[in-house]
Design a protein around this ligand. Structure first.
Ligand code: AMP
Length: 430
């Protein structure tokens, strides 16, 4: 199927061609015609699937179907995103895909000066991309008017709820035209009860679009668990990056403090590294990200919130230095790699303390992640390595096995690693 057959206008097709896209992705094929027909949608699509173009292209086209009132250009399309980074990226996409159209867009988020945003809004904006907190700030100051919004996008809605934005969202919704008088599009990687509730409140008879099975991880990503003692994780990580000649790796830690410490240690190991998290200024985050994208920095250490929405083309390696507390975050984290048809690898360094988290993740993605104990980094006896066996789903210490049981439970060649032999998966990774 081609972009032409989706019914997009020439200016948008030109922009898509200039991006070098040959074919729409699955979510684009499904969502674009429904949005062009004027329906609300509730789309299950995680980051990396091309969802941004999936809503931006038809949104820009729909804006051409109505003419704004005379005078100041009112905000006619509003995109809400959970984080600054995602807002900036959606803003870039709106600029890119809309470059042959006459619309003006603005991105507003917190952590930067408000006055330039106010000036931009005053000059008139057709498409506004915003994080909820700063948008409310503008609403309270009376520097933005949302009464003319025709199209609303809730991007990464699950993350907005995880981050506690539900009250902000409700307050914003009160200032928009009712759901019958606007078109609303909701995108979410997961569909919890809370998301379904949100959809039932703010969407008008939405059509469902789902491009990958609920809560499943992107198939193109090779996933691997490396059991290792907590105190040896940093050493193992440096070894992997160095011996695998990894040029670009995104590493996740659970805390800001942990991200800073790890970045410092990796620097001492001779790996050029930067950390991004909520305590870093927006300018510092943007600088680190562009250095990482350019290849000036080899390792980017990030917390979940800071990394949300990062779009780095063809990122080959993601490492979970620590597993996330919330299993859904695992899906988001590894979605940084294997984007738009490229292969990627996601390695999780799992210490004995994290086994329960690993089991929760495996339950969520309905899949056991292959394991590889790396030679020289075996967990100590105290850590009871048998607990790592994926077959032991209870996470309890394994009971002694008979010889027959042991033979039956032996990992299949090439699937699960042993202490000495690398699995074929690991061979490709390191
Ligand atoms: P997203 O899921 O929106 O974050 O998009 C992930 C990546 O896919 C971005 O780098 C896009 O530029 C890219 N992309 C979007 N649509 C296509 C397409 N039809 N063909 C190839 N790449 C695409």
């Amino acid at each position: 199927m081609s972009f032409e057959s989706l019914g997009l206008k020439a200016e948008l097709l030109r922009a898509v061609r200039e991006q070098g896209y040959n074919e729409p992705t699955a979510v684009q094929k499904q969502a674009i015609p429904i949005i062009l027909d004027g329906h609300d949608i509730m789309a299950g699509a995680q980051t990396g699937t091309g969802k941004t173009a999936g809503f931006t292209l038809p949104l820009l086209q729909k804006l051409g179907e109505t003419s704004p009132a005379e005078g100041r250009r009112p905000v006619r399309a509003l995109v809400l995103t959970p984080t600054r980074e995602l807002a900036a990226q959606v803003g870039d996409s709106v600029e890119t895909y809309g470059r042959h159209l006459p619309y003006r867009s603005a991105v507003i988020f917190g952590g930067v000066k408000i006055n330039p945003q106010i000036s931009k809004l005053r000059r008139g904006v057709d498409v506004l991309i915003a994080t909820p907190g700063r948008l409310l700030d503008h609403m309270q100051r009376g520097t933005v008017d949302l009464s003319q919004v025709e199209m609303l996008v809730l991007d990464e809605a699950d993350r907005m709820l995880d981050m506690g934005f539900i009250h902000d969202i409700r307050r914003i919704m009160k200032c928009l035209p009712g759901r019958e008088n606007r078109q609303s599009l909701l995108f979410s990687a997961t569909f919890s009860k809370e998301i379904r509730q949100l959809a039932s409140q703010f969407l008008n008879r939405p059509e469902r679009v789902e491009v990958s099975p609920r809560n499943s991880t992107v198939d193109l990503i090779d996933q691997l668990v490396c059991p290792v003692d907590k105190r040896r994780k940093r050493e193992l990580l440096s070894h992997m990056i160095g011996s695998g000649y990894w040029k670009q790796v995104l590493v996740f830690t659970r805390t800001k403090h942990g991200a800073n410490r790890l970045a410092r240690q990796l620097e001492m190991d001779g790996l050029s590294t930067a950390a991004i998290h909520g305590n870093k200024s927006q300018a510092a985050r943007t600088r680190s990200l562009s250095e990482f994208k350019n290849g000036d920095i080899r390792v980017l250490v990030a917390t979940d919130i800071a990394a949300r929405g990062l779009d780095i083309d063809q990122l080959p390696h993601v490492v979970n230095y620590e597993l996330p507390n919330v299993p859904e975050d695992y899906v988001h984290r590894i979605g940084r790699t294997g984007r738009a048809g490229n292969e990627g690898t996601a390695v999780s360094l799992v210490s004995p303390e994290e086994i329960k988290m690993l089991k929760d993740i495996e339950r969520l993605i309905r899949r056991e992640i292959p394991q590889q104990v790396l030679e020289g980094y075996e967990v100590t006896a105290r850590a009871r390595p048998a607990e790592y066996h994926p077959g032991n789903a209870s996470g309890k210490p394994a009971r002694r096995q008979s010889k027959r049981q042991k033979r039956r439970n032996r990992p299949a060649a090439g699937k699960q690693g042993t202490k000495t032999g690398y699995s074929s998966l690991a061979e490709r990774m390191f």
